[in-house]
Design a protein. Structure first.
Ligand SMILES: [Cu+2]
Length: 205
């Protein structure tokens, strides 16, 4: 049985004010929860907000993101990043790995690399990148290369927090287990607490 045909996002509210954002406008925090059709929290869903209110260029972080290989598994197995980010792949196992992707957003092959090393790759095209290991067929991971710095992964309860949102218009997006929800518009207003519920039917993709 497929798990849920819709994802419910409850926007619990934009609460509090962060430090001033880059533009000088006060930034807000958006908290919510992703639920399946049975009302259970969905852990490991990627939630992101795409700004619509301006064209928007943010430099990728100077520190690389990290996807470890540990006990013959990728940790984390789902990693959202801003486009242009370098990802390190440290091998913490006692065996060689050889990871690769054939995804359109990034084709690469690192070749065999030994324990204790950490090859890296820059992900310069937005999209979904499926990561595999040539040696260990069961090793699977996904990197979501996003055009926004406002992203997070839901916790065990399915809740999420997006911080640093400047006031403006956004599309709230969700990805979980190769499914997307249609974009949902949200308006982040200065000084106003957001509180609304969104029901999002997912597409199979
Ligand atoms: Cu491997």
């Amino acid at each position: 049985m497929q798990r849920g045909i819709s994802i419910l996002i409850i926007v619990l509210g934009a609460v509090g004010w962060n430090l001033l954002s880059l533009s000088g406008l006060a930034a807000q925090t958006l908290k919510g929860i992703v639920l399946d059709t049975e009302g259970k929290g969905v852990s490991g869903a990627v939630v992101w907000a795409e700004p619509l209110h301006k064209s928007f260029e943010v430099a990728p972080p100077s520190d690389p993101a990290v996807m470890e290989q540990r006990n013959l598994a990728f940790v984390p197995s789902v990693l959202p990043i801003l486009v242009g980010t370098r990802v390190r792949f440290p091998n913490h196992d006692a065996v060689y790995h050889s990871i690769y992707s054939f995804s359109k957003a990034k084709r690469f092959s690192l070749g065999l690399y030994p324990p204790g090393t950490a090859p890296s790759v820059v992900f310069d095209t937005p999209g979904v990148v499926k990561i595999f290991c040539n040696i260990h067929d069961f090793m699977r991971a996904t990197i979501l290369v996003l055009e926004t710095p406002y992203f997070t992964v839901t916790d065990k309860q399915g809740t999420y927090t997006l911080s640093g949102l400047e006031p403006g218009s956004y599309q709230l997006r969700v990805w979980y287990a190769d499914r997307y929800a249609p974009p949902q518009p949200i308006e982040v207003l200065p000084g106003k607490i957001l509180s609304k519920e969104l029901i999002i039917p997912t597409d199979e993709q």
